[in-house]
Design a protein around this ligand. Sequence first.
Ligand code: NOJ
Length: 788
Amino acid sequence: MWSDYYAFDDDAREVRFLRPDMPQPWMNYLSNGDFHVMISQAGGGMVWYKSPQIWRITRYRFYNLPMDRPGPYIYLRDAEDGSVWSPSAEPCPTRPDEWSSAHGLGYTRFVGKRRDISASVTYFVPPGVDALIWRVKLRNDSDRARKIDVFAYVEFSLMEFLREVQWQCYVKHQLTVKHDGAFDGLVYHYGANMQLKPNETPDVFFAADSALTGWDGNRDVFVGAYRSEEGPAGVEGGCKNSELAGGDACGALQKAVDLAPGEEREIVFYLGVARDAADAASRVAALREPGAIEKHWIALGEAWKSKLNVFQASVPDEDASRELNWWNPYQVERNFLFSRSISYYAAGFRGVGFRDTAQDIVAMTSLDTAATREKIHVLLAEQWQDGHCNHTAYPVEGFPSDQRKFSDDHLWPILTVWQWIAETGDESILSDRVSYFDGGDGDVYEHLCRSIDFTKANMGSHDLPLMLYADWNDAMNKVGQGGVGESVWTAMQLGVVLPKLAEIAAARGDEVTRNDALAFGVALTDAVNGAGWDGGWYRRAFMDDGHILGTHDARQAQIFLNTQTWSVYSGMGSDERKRLSMDAVAQYLDSPLGIKKAHPPVTDYPTPENPLFAYLPGLGENASIFCHANAWAIIAECLLKRPERAWKYYHQLIPHVAMQNAGIERYMGEPYAYASNLFGPDSERFGLANVTWLTGTAAWMYLAVTEYILGIRPEWEGLRIEPCIPQEWPGFKATRRFRGCTYTIEVVGGGATVESMTVDGMGLEGAFVPHVADRETCEVRVVVTTGA
Ligand code: NOJ
């Protein structure tokens, strides 16, 4: 039963874990935007600063056994019997008598009790402070005096992860861990030669709120030979005050605590970055100021409250309510920060994926308009003068970008910028100047126009865009290697972005570009409905050798999800074809756990020697339930005004619901963070969640539920309110902060037809609330019905 494993505390916006041994680590991210921590329900995880590639502070042994090791651990040694345990349960074999942990928004907490000593530790990274705070509380619940030694421990990583893997034998002899008497803490200095950015590499400090009993910087001394973090020698026998000048580094801090019966004590540890030891001393001093930690804790809560207040809805479904009001926007923000680079599934080397981040921004814009504007600049700086864009960038590290050319990357920024203007009403972004990757610069508007120029220069014989390396689906990489294969889906992507570019061009008074964009859209619509139509649904692609993907008479991969959903999203399909296509999705692709990406899976198509996918049937790109792409099915059903299907597709993939449907031992992933995909029905492991946390599913599910199911959608002139909710709903209430105005929205009834609307008591035609400058509050009442 899932309820043996976890429970949601919705008032606290927490998920609580009732046992440490989940099927796999269930992660949380603690971050202030620069200083980051990934931490599991059992205390495993790692710490890094800005880049997990070049400023990785602590080590996490990805993919190794025992799983989920190490982490920022607390050990407690009980002087009465010498036993050692941890509030996080792991990594000690001796377990607490009582235990739970919890992930909340930006923090993780462990609570344990053993032999009448209660202990809790809360980890968080405060806004504006580049440090992990470990707030330990101990209480003596026995009737006798107790002596507890508290140890805080991290295993330091070499800052540069690739060099750690490749060259640690040399590099580890270019670092030190020293005790600094000025603030009674450790300073880890990584001074390796040939670093990419040596002047920006920080020192790391590790200190407590008061005097230490002991410390160690040498892992060999603290952990001891042939031991592990399960039972370090230094915990057993006490720290030896070792420093390190070359070798395997750690940070271990010991504090002896005497507790009278009933006494409670707080001890705070800080692991942070500084320019040098002197800077570390002043940062530690600031953290030791009376009240500082409580102030930072409150600031963290306030920051999340304010961010989430942009959109809150009260809906008659507990699972949806929890997901859409905090876990989903929280995941959106964390994706925006980390792209797809570091998670339990990715060891921190993926940089900033162009298309992934462009999509993340679309969902993130309402939550942070300043950060998204900046990120748009980062992406557009990866665009070449001919209009195409690099596939992956490494802006923090300065590594060379991945320069493969895809057919979709350069088109996403049109959607991204359009959304940014819709959210803010501020067209000035179009005039921001951004350099081109291969020299020179242009304003944002020019960048967007060049995207279309590139596609126009790369069209195929069916008048569809060339596939190039691949499109949104990375696994389409065998379609167009010969330079001939074409993507029907990319044509539909243009169907979405060309009208948006036309709107942007009109705002700039550029009629030529506007008309060109619209005309190109018409030509592509013809091609999509000509060569792209298969009779019952839309085809997916044309391969170099003429094989068609997504056709009914192929042996495998007869139908793909994306071209059905995007025929609706783009508006390129006729009404009849859109309905037929989405009916085919329901008939061939929907499964008891979600919608498959394609059907049937590929094993030997188009040829046994060179099948389209290397993925096994039902896995990843080959007919898994691709959650990211499921979100487009929700949007499509909303646009078709079929609320029951839209809701079914949405609800079945809410992580907690999907986990209950699949069973916890099968699903395995976190019940609060979306997965990229679930193994599909063609796999024996049907229902296994794969690549949770960092996935475009987060962005698109958020857009699907807020903008299409609840239907509250920013447009350039104001807010559209066009819900598509189950018939049996009595309605819902929402608040939306939009351009300085708080909209209080009451939707009455269920269905997808707006029958009437009042704005501040006045009746308005349609389902659109025009923006009025300087209005601070606005009350909207919408009556929806199931009517045709
Ligand atoms: C995950 C990749 O990060 C993303 O860029 C891609 O669009 C999807 N997989 C589908 O292939």
